[in-house]
Design a binder for this molecule. Structure first.
Ligand SMILES: NC(=O)c1ccc[n+]([C@@H]2O[C@H](COP(=O)([O-])OP(=O)(O)OC[C@H]3O[C@@H](n4cnc5c(N)ncnc54)[C@H](O)[C@@H]3O)[C@@H](O)[C@H]2O)c1
Length: 240
């Protein structure tokens, strides 16, 4: 799909990877709907886009609930590209299994149900417009066990399977659904595993063992998945 002149909705666009995807889409000529539960971060992304003469608007959105998803799509209006990117790690707990049931519910509702509901609503909008592209942000964490945050890795494994299961939407509705699977990326989510300033102790060895990618690298892959019409139901790994 040619990005120039299209309209794109990006969730979790107020920070990290979502911000980088939004900036890259705007730079490629799309109007971007920046959606995030964090209004300060979302408005900053819009400012950064407008600063470079791009076209963007912010909508406050909570992807973890049906109500939040529905109102996000009403507010976003007609779009051609949907990036279901918002996600959280379990974070700020001593680690599995010392996690509240409420936190488990929130992680799964944000990372997995948020993506599935976001895809469902996107199919409605894109289908009416004759087709489009959906990109779901999963993670390499979804490819194998993650003993200290199995809720996160399970939530991302589900996104990978779900995305691959959506391949036939291309035949049925001219909608390509793909997933990007980042390795470790230098964004605030890393510190959010701990107290928001320092990462959780269990993540330190993994950080020491790799050089985290910059979010722009993930954004570049996302743009490639949008532009390349041969990419259907792909789960594309971007890792060091
Ligand atoms: N950074 C990494 O190492 C890494 C690796 C693999 C996958 N990912 C995935 O990339 C995506 C983006 O993460 P990031 O690293 O940019 O993290 P981040 O914390 O920098 O950004 C996540 C954004 O999502 C928003 N968000 C959280 N819950 C939301 C909700 N219910 N509704 C709407 N917005 C919500 C946050 O406010 C934040 O702006 C996530 O799905 C994450 O799981 C990140």
């Amino acid at each position: 799909m040619e990005i120039q002149g299209k309209s794109a909705l990006v969730t979790g666009a107020g920070s990290g990877i979502g911000r980088a995807i939004s900036l890259a889409l705007a730079n490629a000529g799309a109007s971007v709907v920046v959606a995030d539960v964090d209004h300060v971060g979302g408005l900053e992304t819009v400012r950064l886009i407008q600063e470079k003469a791009g076209n963007a608007m912010f909508i406050g959105a909570d992807v973890s609930t049906p109500k939040g998803i529905r109102s996000m799509f009403v507010d976003a209006g007609d779009v051609d590209i949907v990036c279901n990117n918002a996600g959280i790690m379990t974070g700020d707990t001593p680690g599995w299994p010392e996690v509240s049931l409420e936190k488990i519910h929130l992680v799964l509702n944000t990372n997995t149900a948020g993506v599935i509901m976001g895809t469902r609503e996107a199919v409605e909008i894109l289908g009416r417009r004759g087709g489009g592209v959906i990109i779901n942000t999963a993670s390499v964490a979804g490819l194998g066990p993650m003993p200290f945050d199995p809720i996160y890795s399970a939530s991302k494994a589900a996104v990978i399977n779900f995305t691959q299961s959506c391949a036939q939407l291309n035949e049925w509705k001219n909608i390509r659904v793909n997933a990007v699977l980042p390795g470790m990326v230098n964004t605030p989510i890393i510190a959010k595993t701990g107290d928001g300033v320092r990462p959780a102790a269990w993540l330190e060895p993994a950080i020491a063992a790799t050089t985290p990618l910059e979010p722009e690298v993930i954004a570049e892959t996302v743009l490639g998945l949008i532009q390349d019409d041969s990419k259907i139901g792909e789960a594309e790994v971007v890792a060091n």
